[in-house]
Design a protein around this ligand. Structure first.
Ligand code: ADP
Ligand code: MG
Length: 339
């Protein structure tokens, strides 16, 4: 009887892993923007064509990479951000899994240009379906440019699964907005098919919200600011009269990472109780500052879901803080009786 188990070649393993990290153009955009943030950039430009299906490009003025690092960056489980498993519980970067570039390069045609401050020349690397096709020195500015062309060019079934350009573009805009909200101190630009969709200069959070969602938001926002030993909660809620029938502007960030959490969403709704008309949802932009040891960000490859050590206390803190904010701005339900 002969043995039948074989190790998969890297290109196959990477393609399989890519299924988890890169579901659609928007997931690649998110990973690239996060890498630029981790590289300390203060200006990041996103350029896309055809809703990312033919081109996604992210240009940053961050640290850049050395020649060796530029090659290493495309290896699976290759990261500069952690060294041991415990580091995940003290994490201050967006990335740590070392999977994004390996995954993207497994399912697209990628061109990287990067240069560190102290290097004369930068390096250009072209990778296609996990294979390095070309490498040479190039003239480029400090920072990194990553160009992703023809996503899923080598997996026709995945490519056919992509939705219409409108839908895929909406997903990209959603990711862009989340990242831009989490980092108002970074200048973000976004160009789609040659048209500038966003140009967001470095600002405070209030100004960033207004720049993304429109000046009408200025009068809607009520600040939230609460500090407890477990959690610091800051940001804004929108006044109840501006709540909407559709789920829309509801943003939670944990340590500047956008997260989805229905349980904590209910904490906010709970605080608004009696202030909302039937079926409408409060809008909010809430930032949780929490000890990284008290959360687990590694339960999902895209890290949009995280686990809290003490979710019930956080629920209570959020509900209390939001009630408090509503009360301070004289929009607590009891005031209805005075008019
Ligand atoms: P992770 O972000 O989890 O470390 P990635 O595959 O996204 O994994 O990136 C691999 C490595 O490549 C990063 O750890 C980082 O050192 C380097 N890198 C990626 N993008 C950039 C960038 N825009 N600027 C500088 N270095 C980068
Ligand atoms: Mg990354």
């Amino acid at each position: 009887m002969s043995d039948v188990i074989r190790l998969l070649p890297d290109s196959v393993a990477n393609q399989i892993a890519a299924g988890e990290v890169v579901q659609r153009p928007a997931s690649a955009v998110k990973e690239l923007l996060e890498n630029s943030i981790d590289a300390g950039a203060d200006h990041i430009t996103l350029i896309i064509k055809d809703a990312g299906k033919t081109l996604m490009q992210v240009i940053d003025n961050g640290t850049g990479m050395s020649e060796t690092d530029a090659r290493m960056a495309f290896e699976r489980h290759a990261t500069s951000k952690i060294q041991k498993a415990e580091d995940i519980f003290a994490i201050h970067t967006k990335g740590f899994r070392g999977e994004a570039l390996a995954s993207i390069a497994a399912v697209a045609q990628v061109e990287l240009k990067t240069k560190k401050e102290d290097e004369e020349l930068g390096v250009m690397l072209r990778v296609e379906g996990s294979k390095v096709m070309e490498q040479e020195y190039c003239n480029t500015k400090r920072g990194t440019q990553l160009e992703v062309k023809n996503l899923f060019f080598n997996i026709p079934a995945r490519r056919n699964f992509l939705k219409s350009n409108n839908v895929e573009l909406r997903h990209i805009i959603d990711e862009f907005e989340r990242v831009a909200l989490a980092h108002p101190d970074i200048h973000f630009s976004f160009v789609n098919n040659g048209n500038e969709l966003f140009d967001l200069p470095a600002a405070g959070l209030r100004q960033r919200i207004v720049n993304i969602f429109g000046s009408k938001f200025n009068e809607k926002l009520v600040p939230v600011d609460e500090e407890t030993p477990i959690l610091k909660l800051t940001g804004f809620i929108c006044k109840p009269e501006f709540s909407k029938k559709t789920r829309g502007e509801q943003f939670f960030f944990a340590n500047n990472r956008y997260i989805r959490n229905n349980y904590l969403h209910r904490a906010v709704c709970n605080a608004f109780e009696g202030l909302l008309t039937e079926g409408s949802h409060p809008s909010y932009f809430l930032f949780m500052d929490i000890d990284p040891a008290k959360i687990d960000v590694n339960i999902h490859p895209t890290k949009t879901e995280i686990k809290f050590e003490d979710e019930r206390s956080i629920f209570t803190i959020i509900r209390t803080a939001v009630k408090h904010a509503l009360g301070q701005y004289n929009i607590a339900p009891s005031l209805d009786f005075e008019s």
